[in-house]
Design a protein around this ligand. Structure first.
Ligand code: MG
Length: 157
């Protein structure tokens, strides 16, 4: 097989923490809320990394960057994404593109969507696109308890 597809999903819950930055797709948003997590909790970068790793058959970022390892505490997830991509290439796969759907009502995604795409694309070295979706008031995401992201990646030999 010379073309493979991978899928990634991630979710992080919101915490009230004015000290902690809210980072999505490598972009820091002005917000009183932040996402809980061992790294900077960038769900978009994490979902993209899992999609790429899955496409290459390399597992997931939990295996690559365990949250028990202090080396990754507060880590910049664009660097985690870049490292995951390096491992994908080391395994002989070239990323084709990644497409992500970010589901949240807060913050507003549209104004920063292209900037997220630019930063994620730079980390991957291939086109990454991001779409923002509202949860329409449904469930935990609709109540604003957290942010979820789905991503799909294609890699080629
Ligand atoms: Mg995560």
């Amino acid at each position: 097989m010379r073309v493979r597809v991978g899928q990634g999903f991630d979710v992080h819950r919101f915490v009230e923490d004015v000290e902690r930055p809210l980072v999505l797709g490598g972009v820091t948003f002005e917000s009183e809320r932040a996402l809980a997590g061992h790294s900077d909790a960038d769900v978009v970068a994490h979902a993209c990394a899992d999609a790429l790793l899955g496409a290459a058959g390399l597992g997931d970022i939990g295996q690559l960057f365990p949250d028990t390892d202090p080396a990754w505490a507060g880590a910049d997830s664009l660097e985690l994404l870049a490292e995951a991509t390096r491992q994908v290439r080391a395994a002989g796969w070239e990323p084709g593109n990644v497409d992500a759907s970010l589901v949240t009502d807060h913050p507003k995604i549209a104004p920063m969507r292209d900037e997220m795409g630019r930063r994620l694309s730079a980390a991957v070295g291939a086109p990454v696109t991001v779409k923002g979706r509202r949860a329409e008031g449904l469930g935990a995401l609709g109540r604003g308890e957290g942010v979820a992201c789905w991503a799909v990646a294609v890699v080629t030999r």
